[in-house]
Design a protein around this ligand. Structure first.
Ligand code: MG
Length: 244
């Protein structure tokens, strides 16, 4: 089994307001071992404040700069709940998604501790396979789960923006967690729906796997803009490379 000493993390990130929105209510934190994307909702009610509060909460935690720390689900859950409470207290009626991964040590080996609230997404590219690690908390995802519509139909559905969980809006704000072994060669991609909703998965998977993390992040934002850029776009790409 590989240990943390055998690998090195390389990452890139990009965010763009898009072509239609006046403000960028997305926010991200790309601070190894923490990778978080938050998509704020609420416009004048404070959507940008909501996503910023989530990023501030993770940035102010003990995690940034640590190398493969031992981190429990309870610790990350506590950060998300603290952010949710602050959003409720400090905004009018705003909310935010939050998803991402923390590169942790669990039982002596590196793991991705993946978390999600809402419809931003965390993906894993491993051995050429592109897969979504998170499950959206959204109306259309419930219809996909029930077999009523396909994933691609969900992506372009008129109700695609209706989410069923978020931080700070008084709806369910509990996060899902997944812990998976992190292997040399892994690439994760964390993004807002301004990317995953705009670019079909067959293209997303190819662009996300191409070039350095920063080149991939830039190309993904360009692809979302080329498809219309109807929403704010944010993406983090992080590689776990074998150390030379
Ligand atoms: Mg969005």
């Amino acid at each position: 089994m590989k240990t943390a000493a055998d690998v090195v993390v390389r990452s890139g990130h990009a965010t763009h307001v898009g072509h239609r929105r006046e403000a960028n209510e997305d926010a991200l934190l790309c601070a190894d071992p923490v990778f978080v994307v938050a998509d704020g909702m609420g416009g004048y009610a404070g959507g940008a404040d909501a996503s910023r509060i989530i990023i501030e909460t993770f940035a102010a935690s003990r995690l940034p700069g640590l190398s493969f720390p031992e981190v429990t689900v309870e610790e990350v859950s506590g950060l998300l709940q603290a952010a949710s409470q602050r959003i409720t207290e400090e905004t009018l009626a705003a909310g935010s998604t939050a998803t991402g991964a923390v590169l942790v040590t669990c039982d002596g080996v590196p793991n991705w501790l993946v978390f999600n609230v809402g419809d931003s997404r965390t993906y894993l590219i491993r051995d050429g396979e592109f897969g979504q690690l998170t499950t959206d908390h959204s109306l259309v995802q419930m219809w996909v789960d029930a077999g009523h519509i396909t994933r691609e139909e969900a992506r372009i559905h008129p109700r695609r923006n209706a989410i069923t969980r978020s931080l700070g809006r008084g709806q369910g704000d509990s996060a899902d967690f997944t812990l998976i072994h992190a292997l040399p060669g892994d690439r994760i991609m964390v993004c807002s729906d301004g990317l995953s909703g705009e670019v079909a998965e067959e293209y997303l998977s190819v662009i996300a796997a191409t070039g350095s993390p920063q080149e991939a992040a830039d190309a993904l934002v360009e692809a979302a803009l080329a498809e219309g850029g109807s929403d704010n776009i944010s993406v983090i790409v992080a590689d776990l490379d074998p150390s030379a």
